[in-house]
Write a protein that binds this ligand. Structure first.
Ligand code: AOF
Ligand code: ZN
Length: 355
């Protein structure tokens, strides 16, 4: 997750206020897709007189909440916003008009909105209305904040992260590891950042805590379950109908689903071949911007997906889990091997990627 340091260097520190915007924006982490996370602060005479963030699609934008918070104090104030204010009627009216109506003197935006409907038109509108405009403050930070939204806007595809495990000496492992997703833990925090997670149904029998964030009130990713064989009822992931209730099964067309699947009311997509294209198209159609492909412990099932991801350059980010395993020649290892070689499944992706 992003570390945002909020330290002011003086009365007029644009970077400080944009970092505050990013911090506010992240209060809605996981909940804003297909919209971006946005934060806004209204500053007058060196004091923050209003602040807000965009909580979820359909709700007002960050600027609207911040202006409401500021009330009359917004007049002649500076509005800081982590993303260019919008200038269009979407689910909500344009923020530019709200800022103009509130008579702000200046707008400082972290970055231009890559949405082609906006794309600097919001800033132009503000300038035309006589408002001083500054853009590109803490721009890298603002871009990292919305890397998934930006990627989907520019490519039409969700942002894809591959999660995998390595041994201490750098071999790809086909193991989940012992890491439990506890509240405040790295994986619990990671999961709440994603709109969707792709998992193998074989994981359900292993370690349920890898499937959901334990943060109270956190976003739970939509779960896309790869379940090649739905014909045998003992392999059906019965545990998926939990409180979060957001899941879909991608299955192989050639197998006939057992009646239990229909009884559970789990949505199922049957395909001739389960491909990353099909998964990403599905996510896109559902407005899911970020997808975590978790191949730990199910490499055999995900080998084709990962190979497709590498060949088509679909993978945008890699999340590596290094397990305390040394799989080399045990005699000369500087570390005592914690698992015997027989227990460790090593997979080789390199040969796949090059052909
Ligand atoms: C802003 N402030 O807080 C957000 C913005 O359907 P709507 O009305 O919510 O519009 C969604 C679009 O507005 C989204 O694609 C992006 O371009 C922009 N999001 N803009 O000024 C905000 N969330
Ligand atoms: Zn807006």
């Amino acid at each position: 997750s992003l570390m945002v340091k909020c330290v002011s260097n003086g009365d007029n520190d644009d970077g400080f206020y944009i970092r505050r915007c990013v911090e506010l924006a992240r209060k809605a982490v996981g909940f804003t897709s297909p919209n971006p996370m946005v934060g806004c602060v209204i500053v007058k005479d060196g004091n923050v007189v209003g602040q807000g963030f965009h909580p979820k699609p359909g709700q007002p934008h960050a600027e609207v909440f911040a202006l409401r918070d500021a009330g009359d104090l917004a007049e002649n104030a500076t509005a800081y916003v982590s993303l260019e204010p919008c200038n269009h009627f979407g689910r909500t009216p344009p923020c530019t008009e709200a800022l103009i109506k509130a008579k702000v003197k200046k707008v400082v935006a972290g970055m231009v909105d890559p949405n082609p409907i906006v794309a600097s038109k919001g800033l132009d509108r503000l300038r035309d209305a006589g408002i001083e405009v500054v853009v590109g403050i803490e721009e890298d930070l603002c871009k990292i904040l919305n890397e998934a939204y930006i990627h989907r806007m520019l490519t039409g595809r969700p942002f894809l992260t591959l999660r995998y495990s390595l041994s201490v000496n750098g071999n790809l492992l086909d193991l989940i590891g012992d890491i439990v997703t506890s509240s405040g833990g790295y994986y619990s925090c990671l999961l709440q950042e994603y709109d969707a997670v792709v998992l193998s149904s074989s994981l359900f029998s292993n370690n349920l805590s890898v499937l959901a964030s334990q943060e109270p009130g956190a976003n739970q990713p939509f779960r896309i379950i790869i379940h090649k064989d739905l014909s045998s009822s003992n392999k059906i992931p019965l545990v998926i109908n939990d409180a979060t209730g957001k899941e879909i099964i991608f299955t192989d067309n050639r197998t006939k689903a057992a009646p239990e699947v229909a009884q559970q009311g789990i949505e199922t997509v049957a395909l001739d071949q389960i491909s990353l294209d099909a998964i990403l198209d599905y996510c896109n159609s559902q407005g899911l911007c970020s997808v975590l492909l978790d191949m730990r412990g199910c490499f055999n099932e995900f080998e084709d997906l990962v190979t497709e991801g590498i060949k088509k350059r679909y993978i945008n980010k890699f999340v590596t889990e290094v397990l305390p395993i040394w799989n080399g020649c045990a005699e000369t290892d500087p570390l005592k091997p914690l698992k015997s070689l027989e227990q460790v499944k090593v997979v080789n992706l390199q040969s796949k990627a090059s052909d």
